[in-house]
Design a protein around this ligand. Structure first.
Ligand code: PEP
Ligand code: CO
Length: 457
């Protein structure tokens, strides 16, 4: 528990109280003055999101916690400062496709949250990496350093915090334009299907669904339902999220809402605490307990029911619906064994939680050629185990948390195209964890829709 013996629960909170707690996974910045200068600059810049938007997401997540909606949280493992506009558009497009699949098959509204516009910092298992005898700091995401393996690139550079802010602002601006400017209109369902996806079995299944939606929209128009009513089908709500890892950055973007006087971390709508930083006495829990955004916390295979309950009490003492999302990432072999008891304990205590399955991070392994990968079948198995655990306990499987890209990469094994270990080197582009490609993402969306539909019967 490091230097803190303080109890965070109930004690006074300020955006900087985290500083008296142990903050793990923080970079070693070369110079405190240059860091402070950047943080002062960030504190004076406009917020990236507004408190009202975060409150709206909390309301949508409240519907999820009550079993009336489903959360699709998805995007890159680590966003790059070099991401092109096309790549941002394509990631949004695949998420919209997945949401349409889920809604069409289950009749349940889908709350869409991207791992996007701020997912620039990564926790690492080891502080350093050694290649050919040279030991350098690990890559911690573009917010901190660069991935190239040389001393300059790997040095933590505080100016990157400002670039992260600017890249997040530009990405958010593009997302707002796409989601409110007609690109996300339901009349465009066919155009979201990219050629390489359309050629896959899942893509063809999607084409059939898109035909049906087209017919439904034409039918409504023919019945005279157009104008204002149909314009609701031309805009979507899309929210942003990232792991709140680098606490100086998050603090600098934390602002007091002029309407309510409450504090919001305005770097994204939703923030989550990672598996490596969920220490109950640690700085990340202390920081996030005080901001009023909807927040998430990962739960790995070692999470125990008692600690999860303390997490709920600390992060959501007032039991507000939609405030807390718990993201289980236990691995396909462990979820059925460990999750039910945790679900039962939280249910009995009456804590309203949005339960989400991250089937990615507990199922990562390396191939013989050294590619970090995940198998589509393991991903599906963990999601299936997650749904079964909820059905056993009588709780609601509220959503999924996925790492994906709209691009035609070869990073995860299996799926419709049956990618094998030899295929991985063709287009292995991730800076961190392996992501589902466009057609694997559509494929998994159909499987999740089937599971969700089954759970409704
Ligand atoms: C992540 O979401 O990229 C991540 C590092 O996950 P976890 O904290 O669950 O390991
Ligand atoms: Co990851």
């Amino acid at each position: 528990m490091g230097k803190s013996s303080k109890k965070s629960k109930g004690s006074e909170w300020k955006p900087d109280t985290w500083k008296s707690f142990e903050a793990s996974q923080q970079p070693i910045w070369p110079n405190n003055d240059s860091l402070q200068k950047v943080l002062d600059e960030l504190s004076a810049l406009p917020p990236l999101v507004f408190a009202g938007e975060a409150r709206k997401l909390t309301q949508q997540l409240a519907a999820v916690s009550q079993g009336k909606a489903f959360l699709l949280q998805a995007g890159d493992c680590a966003e790059s400062f070099d991401t092109s506009a096309d790549s941002i558009r394509d990631r949004l497009r695949v998420i919209l496709q997945m949401a349409v699949i889920l809604t069409y098959y289950t009749g349940v509204p889908v709350v869409k949250v991207g791992r996007i516009a701020g997912q620039f910092a990564k926790p690492r298992s080891s502080d350093t990496e050694t290649v050919d005898g040279l030991e350098l700091p690990s890559f911690r995401g573009h917010m901190v350093n660069d991935i190239n393996f040389n001393e300059d690139s790997r040095a933590a550079n505080p100016k990157r915090l400002l670039t992260a802010y600017n890249r997040a602002a530009a990405t958010l601006n593009l997302l707002r334009a796409f989601t409110k400017g007609g690109f996300a209109a339901l009349s465009k369902v066919h155009q979201w299907n990219r050629e390489f996806v359309a050629a896959s079995p899942a893509g063809q299944r999607y084409e059939i669904l898109a035909d049906e939606i087209d017919r439904a929209v034409s039918f409504m128009q023919a019945c005279g339902i157009d104008g204002d009513k149909l314009s609701e089908l031309s805009e979507v709500d899309f929210h942003t999220s990232h792991e709140a890892l680098i606490l100086g950055y998050e603090e600098a973007l934390t602002r007091q809402d002029s309407l309510t006087g409450e504090w919001y971390d305005c770097s994204a709508h939703m923030l989550w605490i990672g598996e490596r930083t969920r220490d109950l006495g640690g700085a990340h829990i202390e920081f996030l307990r005080g901001v009023n955004n909807p927040i998430g916390c990962k739960l790995g295979p070692d999470a125990n029911a008692k600690d999860v309950l303390t997490l709920c009490e600390t992060l959501n003492p007032e039991k507000i619906h939609g405030r807390l999302t718990l993201i289980s990432r236990m691995g396909s072999e462990t979820v059925s064994e460990k999750l039910p008891h945790i679900l039962e304990t939280v249910k009995e205590a009456g804590h309203p939680v949005v339960w989400v399955c991250d089937p990615m991070h507990g199922n990562t392994f390396s191939t013989e050629n050294g590619h970090k990968t995940r198998h589509f079948d393991d991903i599906l198995k963990e999601i299936t185990g997650f749904f079964e655990a909820h059905s056993k306990v009588g709780t609601y499987p509220g959503g999924v948390h996925l790492e994906l890209t709209g691009d035609d990469v070869t990073e995860c094994l299996g799926g419709g195209a049956q990618l094998d270990a030899d295929d991985l080197s063709k287009r292995y582009e991730t800076m961190c964890d392996p992501r589902l490609n466009g057609s694997q993402s559509i494929d998994i969306a159909f499987r999740i829709a089937e599971l969700l539909h089954k759970s409704q019967l």
